[in-house]
Design a binder for this molecule. Sequence first.
Ligand code: FAD
Length: 553
Amino acid sequence: MGMSPKRLVVVGGVAGGASAAARARRLCENCQIIIFERGPHVSFANCGLPYFVGGEIAEQDELLVQTPGSLKTRFNLDVRVNTEVLSIDRQARRVKVRESSGREYEEHYDALVLSTGASPLKPPIPGIDRQNHFTVRNIPDVEKIMNWSRGCERCRAVVVGGGYIGLEMAEQLRHRNFRVTVVEALPQVMAPLDPEMAAWLHAELRANNVDLHLNDPVAAFEAPTAAEPARASIVVLKSGRRLPADSVILGLGVKPEVGLAKNAGLEIGQRGGIRVNEHLQTNDPRIWAVGDAIEVRDVVTGQWSLIPLAGPANRQGRIVADNIFGRPRRYDGTLGTAILRLFKLSAGCTGANEKCLQKAGRAYHALHLHPNSHAGYYPGAEPIALKILFAPDTGRLLGAQAVGRDGVDKRIDVLATALKAGMTMNDLAELELAYAPPYGSAKDPVNLAGMAAQNVLAGDVRLAHWHELPVGDAVLLDVRRADERAQSFIPGSVHIPLDQLRFRLNELPRDKEIIVHCLSGQRSYYACRVLSQYGFRCRNLTGSYRTWQAVKS
Ligand code: FAD
């Protein structure tokens, strides 16, 4: 906007705010840049908080990426911690602030950046504020958890909410050998994943002795009755189940902190975040906003969304400073690329999932694969459960999810890059990716996904899906080897190993659809090619036995 502000004021000194201020300094050496932060710390590692609780990050100081002193020394930023911005007078271009001592004063701005973040949700469940109930947003929050947990041997923690903060906390509390229960209102944890992908996480939680209650919201937090063990709380679920807890971790999601913006008359969107344009500017041309507090465009669906993640907040901070200092730059929306480590599993996703494509009324194909993380003949290869969503007309990638013990992060990052670039399934099939046996395969999982999708787009194979089972009138054909079948099989299936198929076609009906499966969907694809060329009606069960089993267990 061609303005050269003399004084930039930033509200919120963590991910988005600190990024904006530091970048601003690099663009304007003689501006005054003030950061107001309500809490006692700036630029701390919120994403590291669970690992501090679990002891993987040993020292609290390691969470402090910067301090007011270091920001002053390196960037000449005027950082004022323990100072809350109370209101914005847009006419006079002044903010009113209050220090923790109670002293109030005003400060003028030429440009104002709001990076106020999002606060943990606390729905009005009876007893939610009982003692030893904790949220996890900042260092004071985890200090409270540490104080509680220091005095505890084999304590019982109930984590309410199976989002990534709840799951990271569950993992880290298990790491400290606490007894951990996770309670989730929905039938699955990790809402950004589709249910059959989240199912792997359920199994991993249970395998690590986390007690998991799905589809069962908390009705109340109560004091124990005389007949119950003397714990801090009893977590009462809608089903009537009563879970004794020495502490409760509330991981119920977050809501954008927009009070300041709202009271100043800035536009708030339907999703409850600050509404900004593609330059991250609010409806007041002197005020910009970034991070968890704003609504962003979901790149795939085009809809306004709340996607509270650190990557977008940090990048927006940089973009906003560029815009303020006369270098127009657009923020083109958020893909929601995210990853979680849960014990030995990693789960990552990017772009739209099947649930949101359905909600948005978008046509898509869904494909499941279980390729190895690297060449199967090299030790240590682990299968990756990979789900790809793509457009039937253009073949463009719409979203991807991956769960596995190895190689998940790299595939999700490649797919996120492909999504950002608007790549199609042909592009994925043709990506030239680094390969040697310890790292990947000559056909990388991402290539394989592209190739399998090409087969669908070319009409070479039609897909059936785990949620269509049992198959009703159709025949479910298992083409695995006899020894695989002997271990376990999908009820109602008939068995003809792939290598015998051509000689046993007369055992299959021509008037019914045949749904073929193997272990992962690859051999059943070969089978489908045989069957359809002999005139059978056939679909390949995508993801095959592995996906079915993940959902079933
Ligand atoms: P924040 O970083 O939350 O900063 C907002 C700051 O504004 C707060 O410190 C607040 O005190 C201050 N503030 C608010 N109102 C006022 C006011 N009126 N006056 C003064 N100050 C004010 N994201 C990932 O991508 N990956 C992860 O692994 C990950 N892990 C996370 C783990 C945890 C436990 C948490 C809590 C978050 C995690 N996140 C993760 C999310 C990530 O931390 C946020 O998306 C990111 O910090 C958002 O940046 P922000 O600047 O918008 O808000």
